[in-house]
Design a binder for this molecule. Sequence first.
Ligand code: FUL
Length: 430
Amino acid sequence: MPSAAQLAWQRDELALFIHFGVNTFTNREWGDGTEDPAIFAPSRLDTRQWARAAQAAGARAMILTAKHHDGFCLWPTKTTDHSVARSPFLGGNGDIVREFVEACREHNLKVGLYLSPWDRNAKVYGDSPRYNEFYWAQLTELLTQYGTIDEVWFDGANGEGPNGKKQVYDWPATWELTLKLQPNAVIFSDAGPGVRWIGNENGVAGQTNWSTVDPSVVPVPGVSGPAVTKMLREGDPNGSVWRPGETDVSIRPGWFYHPADDAKVRSVDNLVNLYFTSVGRNSKLLLNVPPTPEGLLHDIDVERLAGMRTKLNDLFTATAPLPPPTIRTVRGANRVMFSGDGFVEMDWDLRDTRTISIAELREDISSGQVISGYTIEGRIETDGPWQTLATGMTIGYCKLDRFAPVTVRFMRVRITSSVAPARPITVKLY
Ligand code: FUL
């Protein structure tokens, strides 16, 4: 079952990811750590503009890359000179993390920070105990100087290669420190322990997506292989821990801003599709929108974000609320994964015809996730044939099904399998 923090995290549905740093100025995706801090010179930095765009998109949180793989710190850290303090930004007196956090708070957005474990600048990287201490010192600064941090993002990437430095991280100690300093934070990493990566950067959660996983398959960040990818994408109904999936994807081809990509920003329809393949599959969408070298989100991206929300609002204009359903439990062969009481069927007489094309199903995940199969049916006549509108596997926090517009008067949702006795679910039609 989810913790209060995991539950709140999932209910936020959408967060913006902000990749900003020296790569913004070198036009690269991965810096190598040799960048001169002098290049970091945002001329019109405005974190409030980011926050307004996030709000207009309907996001409830933002996550900033406080340090990416190049090791450049966006806050004036005491741990290294490789930071904003050595840049021309505000004469070396600036603090991007602080401006970010303040903008989030002013706009009622939760705050997340990304601190790359892989660090290509730190001299002690690869000297495992010393780098771990260095990393924890950075983490401590971020988690003690900026108020409440709601999500801490630990990236699993490491491109050191066969002749590279071999850093052995101490993950248990890192999680412990994080939760000691920010007890209510959700920890993101490939493997959790707060929330898990969805296993790809394309914006697509599994059609089947359990919020539980088997932690032995994904023990630490950075492990890979087909079994890991499947566990991340789909979870595991027999999993022993609750680790809902976060779907991180960029509005542009890269994570950082590149002027050449201005023509390749995802369209409004593409963003709406991402919402269906993430939030609509029991995941949370973490949508990356990278600031330009000026320090602003590009007008095109801002417009697409607002367009996405307008389109979602249009799609999710509910027809009149459903009347209370008739709920019954049906006993039957071959529909049982658990030896419970039978199957929940809910049906509705809408009392009038409605034309619908989206169904939204939700389990009450505060007490877990159990449904593993369902069918949505509709019919127009009292005694006419039921027409299948959609079938699916898991539901969880939210499952969205889109189908060709159909006019119905009667609706039925049948839970066809579950891993524990199914409870009635919430159904909305649009
Ligand atoms: C990856 C990183 O290597 C990318 O640069 C980006 O930060 C993405 C969100 O995670 O592992």
